[in-house]
Design a protein around this ligand. Structure first.
Ligand code: SF4
Ligand code: SF4
Length: 510
């Protein structure tokens, strides 16, 4: 099932609560520069005070030592753990690729950016489960011996990790594994910018600066720009290494793991269940969101109905910028991070492009989205390969910002563009057919009125009930021309039903 944005800028403007949340979150986030992306969407939903809906079990203490690389990969493989970012890829495959690359300088990036504006469960994990996240990082480091570990967060979320920093620092000062660990938090923007510039310079040679035998953990705040959490964007922002969409970072010694995947690795090492995961359950009408630990057996409708009773449309997907209408019996498959109740979306295939160019300006991949839309509006089969739509990372920005509330991302992916034109043609055909058949049955020489002129005003007998004796008497006196008109009227009446139903269906779909 294809997922597309279910909310756009216009819908946010019309919803006071979503607009307020967006404004508040944007104030919390570092604005960064437009260099990476011009999009600042902010969060549209806010963590409710009543959380979580369902939590996971926790151990009294976490074990100190994790397994080595081979054993950890085997454990992850056996568990069938999949990436928690919603792509559904097997985590074991990523770890294997990374380990088999045998790069000397290894970097772990823990992705806690959670840039989709409808997701808040990573924020909640940082807030409530930071110790498990840190332990997950320790286990990964014990297995893979990273030179650098970075935890990438947005806005004030880094404060949630601070509480655990002291504990890690104490552990490292004990010299438990004779390793030189350092924890750095860089809230100072000047320092952050300077290091970013330094990293960018180092990145030109595509190498990662070594710091001797030790490893360091850095909590790095990234700008509140969308889609900063996308793997390649994050690597460019943190390490200054530009990578093509087709390049696999793990092969270059860069392991990017979603914060919840790290959390699950901690659970795995501690022999806790990993067949459930945290997801966001949002109410797009009130702008609140809750978090639940769900399994693939849990039904989306049941859970949403329980916490957000009342009418609404149910959605599910990897985020508010990539979702679909949830089927009645749909469950939380591994690609679903987000479920929501909301209004019907205003985003439509049928709106015509206003040629404003907003979509092209908002595309973080620099795709000429407007040209694709215009080319496809002219010709459904237009060759758009010269605009490189394959570079699309399915972020949904073009659809979110479209001034015509058009599902632009769908068009980039090859669908939906000519529905408007097809519908226009359908409306014209239906209206013409309706008018002709309506004239036939009401005003033509074979209309109901014409028939009535042959049988003393009784007409076609189709508007009310008559006694059989009356009908027989009336028809018994009707002339031959009357029967001819009557037969033709019946043909017209049968044809009239077709455009009438067609128009009704078009009207319902509008
Ligand atoms: S074309 Fe693709 S990458 Fe560009 S904004 Fe649209 S969805 Fe994002
Ligand atoms: S598709 Fe939307 S954003 Fe892009 S040019 Fe047309 S109206 Fe503007």
């Amino acid at each position: 099932m294809s997922d597309y944005p279910i909310v756009n800028k216009k819908m946010v403007r019309l919803n006071r609560k979503l607009k307020k949340n967006q404004k508040e979150y944007r104030k919390e986030y570092d604005t960064g520069s437009r260099r990476m992306s011009g999009n600042r969407i902010g969060k549209l939903v806010k963590l409710s005070a009543e959380n979580p809906v369902k939590d996971c079990s926790e151990p009294e203490t976490y074990c100190e030592m994790g397994p080595d690389a081979e054993v950890l990969i085997h454990m992850v493989e056996q568990s069938g753990l999949k990436g928690m970012s919603g792509n559904g890829f097997l985590t074991a495959n990523k770890l294997k690729t990374f380990w088999q690359a045998q790069q000397k300088k290894r970097v772990l990036i823990v992705n806690a950016v959670e840039c989709d504006p409808g997701l808040v469960h990573d924020e909640w994990i940082l807030k409530e489960k930071a110790s498990a996240v840190w332990m997950g990082i320790e286990y990964l480091n014990q297995a893979f011996h990273f030179e650098t570990v970075m935890v990438a967060v947005k806005g004030k979320n880094k404060k949630f990790l601070k509480a655990e920093q002291g504990r890690i620092r104490d552990r490292s000062s004990e010299g438990r594994r004779d390793e030189n660990r350092s924890i750095e938090t860089r809230s100072d923007k000047t320092q952050s910018d300077k290091s970013r510039r330094d990293e960018s310079r180092g990145a030109e040679s595509r190498s990662l600066e070594s710091k001797g035998d030790g490893w360091s953990v850095k909590v790095k705040e990234v700008a509140g720009r969308y889609p900063m959490g996308e793997e390649h964007f994050l690597i460019k922002e943190l390490l200054g290494i530009p990578m093509d969409k087709s390049e696999i970072p793990a092969k270059s010694g860069i392991l990017v793991m979603n914060v919840q995947t790290v959390f699950q690795i901690c659970r795995l090492v501690n022999k806790l269940d990993t067949d459930a995961r945290f997801v966001t359950l949002a109410n797009l009408k009130t702008g609140e969101a809750r978090v639940a630990y769900v399994t693939s057996e849990d039904r989306i409708h049941t859970l949403l109905e329980a916490i957000y009773p009342g009418k609404g449309t149910y959605y599910a997907g990897h985020g508010v910028l990539g979702a679909h209408k949830a089927a009645k019996d749909e469950t939380f498959a591994e690609t679903i991070n987000f479920a929501a109740v909301g209004e019907d979306t205003l985003i439509s295939d049928q709106n015509l492009c206003k040629k404003c160019g907003g979509c092209s300006r908002r595309c973080p991949m620099g795709i000429s989205v407007k040209d694709i839309v215009l080319a496809r509006e002219k010709n459904e089969k237009a060759d758009i390969s010269r605009f490189h739509p394959e570079q699309c990372i399915h972020c949904g920005s073009c659809t979110f910002f479209c001034h015509a509330s058009k599902n632009v991302e769908k068009i980039v992916q090859g669908g939906g563009v000519l529905r408007m034109k097809k519908q226009k043609v359908s409306w014209i055909i239906a209206l013409v057919a309706f008018t002709l058949t309506f004239y036939w049955v009401e005003f033509s020489p074979w209309s109901s009125q014409a028939v009535a002129s042959y049988n003393n005003g009784y007409g076609t007998f189709d508007m009310k009930q008559y006694h059989v004796e009356d009908v027989t008497a009336v028809l018994g006196t009707m002339q031959k021309e009357g029967f001819t008109a009557y037969n033709r009227y019946l043909v017209g009446d049968s044809l009239f039903i077709v455009p009438y139903d067609f128009l009704l269906a078009l009207f319902m779909n509008t």
